[in-house]
Write a protein that binds this ligand. Structure first.
Ligand SMILES: [Zn+2]
Length: 388
C-alpha cells in the first residue's frame, strides 16, 4: 500500500466518523459552554472566598491548582463520550421510542452544570437572592479553603492539634502530626467560636480622640484568649480574624453567621458557643461620656443556654469590679436583636467590654492589664459555662 492510499483511507474514515457524529455537534457545543460557565462561576466564587477569608485561603488553595484544569478536561471528555454513546443508542436502539436519548443526555448535563453554577454564584454571597438559594443549595465556600473539609470532618472526637491555630489554617501542611494527634483525647466536643468586632475599614467605632479602636482591641483580646482556651482543650475558631472585613455590613454579618452555622452543623450546635467581643459606646457624637462598665447581650428570643452563658459572664465581670456606673438588669443580661445573635444556631452572646467613649475605661482597655483582664474574664466564664 502506498502512502497516498493510507492518507485516502484515513480521510475516508475520518469523514465517515464526522458524518456519523455530526448530529451531536450542537449538543457538544452547548454542553462545553455549560461546563465552562461552571468553571467561570467557580473562579468568581474563589475570588469572593479569598476576599472574605484571607487567612484561610492562599494562592494555592482549593480549586484552581493546575490539577483542577486537568479535571475539567476529564469532565469534558466524559461528557463527549456520554453524548456519543447517547447518539448511537438513539440511532440503533431507541429510535422508535418517544424520546431522543441524545437530547436527554445533553439536557441532563446542562441541567447539572447550571445547578452547579447557581451553587457557585450563591455561595459566600450576602445578596438577598443568594440567601434564598442558600436555603436549598450546597454552600461551596469551604471547598475553597486551604484545609480539606475531610480533615475537619475526621476531627470530631479527637484533639485538633493539626488544625494549627484553630482558625482553619493548617500547620504542618494540614497533615496530622501523629504523636500529638494520637496522644490526647480531651473534651472533643466543646467548640468556642470567637467573634471579632467590626473591621479596620468600618468607620467610627473608636474613642473620641481616635487613639482607641474597637476592631483592634477585639482582635488583641482574641489573640490573648485563643491560646488560653486551646490549652484547656477547647476547639477554637475565630469568625473574621483579618483586620479588614467584607462590606457592606449586611454581607459582613451574614458571612459571620454562615461561618458560625457551618461549624455548628459540623460539630452539633449544642457543642458550640459563639462569643462576639465588642466595646460599648454611650454616644455617637464623638464626645467623651460618663457611662462606664460591662454589659452582655443575648437575642430577644434566645435559648436558655445563651442566657446562662450571658449571666455567667456578667456575674464574673461584676465580681471583678467591671460593673461600672450603670444599672444591671435583674436577669443579669441585656437583650437586643443583634444580627449575629439572632441568626446563629448555637448559644450566642455579645459582650460590650466597657466604653470606648469614657476616658477611664479607654485608659484601662488600652493597657496590657486591661486586655488581659477582658481575655481572662471570657476564659473563666467559658470554662465555668462548660463545666456546669
Ligand atoms: Zn461593636
Amino acid at each position: 500500500m502506498n502512502t497516498e492510499r493510507i492518507y485516502q483511507l484515513i480521510f475516508s474514515f475520518g469523514s465517515a466518523v464526522a458524518t456519523a457524529l455530526s448530529p451531536t455537534l450542537p449538543y457538544i457545543l452547548l454542553c462545553t459552554a455549560a461546563v465552562l460557565a461552571d468553571c467561570f462561576t467557580a473562579w468568581q466564587l474563589d475570588k469572593r472566598v479569598r476576599k472574605a477569608y484571607p487567612d484561610k485561603t492562599s494562592r494555592n488553595s482549593g480549586k484552581f491548582k493546575s490539577s483542577h484544569f486537568g479535571s475539567v478536561l476529564v469532565t469534558l471528555l466524559q461528557v463527549y463520550l456520554l453524548l456519543t454513546f447517547a447518539h448511537f443508542l438513539h440511532v440503533y436502539v431507541t429510535e422508535s421510542l418517544p424520546f431522543n436519548a441524545l437530547k436527554l443526555a445533553a439536557g441532563l448535563v446542562i441541567g447539572w452544570q447550571l445547578w452547579s453554577c447557581l451553587e457557585n454564584m450563591s455561595s459566600c454571597n450576602g445578596a438577598k437572592w443568594a440567601m434564598v438559594l442558600q436555603q436549598i443549595m450546597v454552600d461551596k465556600t469551604a471547598r475553597h479553603f486551604d484545609i480539606d473539609p475531610a480533615v475537619l470532618e475526621g476531627l470530631t472526637g479527637r484533639r485538633p492539634e493539626h488544625l494549627g491555630d484553630g482558625t482553619g489554617e493548617p500547620m504542618n501542611n494540614g497533615r496530622q502530626r501523629p504523636s500529638a494527634f494520637m496522644a490526647t483525647t480531651l473534651k472533643p466536643k466543646q467548640v468556642v467560636i470567637l467573634g471579632t468586632a467590626h473591621g479596620s475599614n468600618v468607620p467610627g467605632k473608636c474613642s473620641p480622640d481616635k487613639k482607641f479602636r474597637e476592631f483592634r482591641f477585639s482582635r488583641d483580646v482574641i489573640t490573648l484568649l485563643k491560646p488560653k482556651l486551646e490549652a484547656l482543650g477547647y476547639l477554637v475558631f475565630v469568625d473574621m480574624p483579618a483586620d479588614e472585613v467584607p462590606s457592606p455590613q449586611g454581607t459582613e454579618l451574614s458571612l459571620r453567621c454562615r461561618y458560625v452555622n457551618g461549624i455548628c452543623k459540623k460539630f452539633g450546635k449544642d457543642n458550640c458557643i459563639y462569643v462576639s467581643i465588642h466595646v460599648n459606646a454611650a454616644g455617637s457624637d464623638g464626645q467623651w461620656h460618663d457611662a462606664r462598665g460591662f454589659a452582655v447581650y443575648v437575642a430577644r428570643s434566645c435559648s436558655a443556654a445563651s442566657k446562662r452563658l450571658a449571666r455567667t459572664i456578667c456575674d464574673l465581670a461584676i465580681s471583678r469590679g467591671l460593673r461600672g456606673n450603670r444599672a444591671v438588669p435583674s436577669e443579669h443580661y441585656w437583650q437586643a436583636n443583634f444580627y449575629v445573635l439572632r441568626n446563629t444556631a448555637c448559644p450566642a452572646v455579645l459582650t460590650e467590654n466597657l466604653f470606648q467613649d469614657n476616658r477611664a475605661d479607654v485608659e484601662f482597655l488600652s493597657s496590657q492589664a486591661g486586655k488581659e483582664a477582658v481575655a481572662t474574664l471570657h476564659l473563666d466564664a467559658i470554662k465555668s459555662f462548660f463545666a456546669e
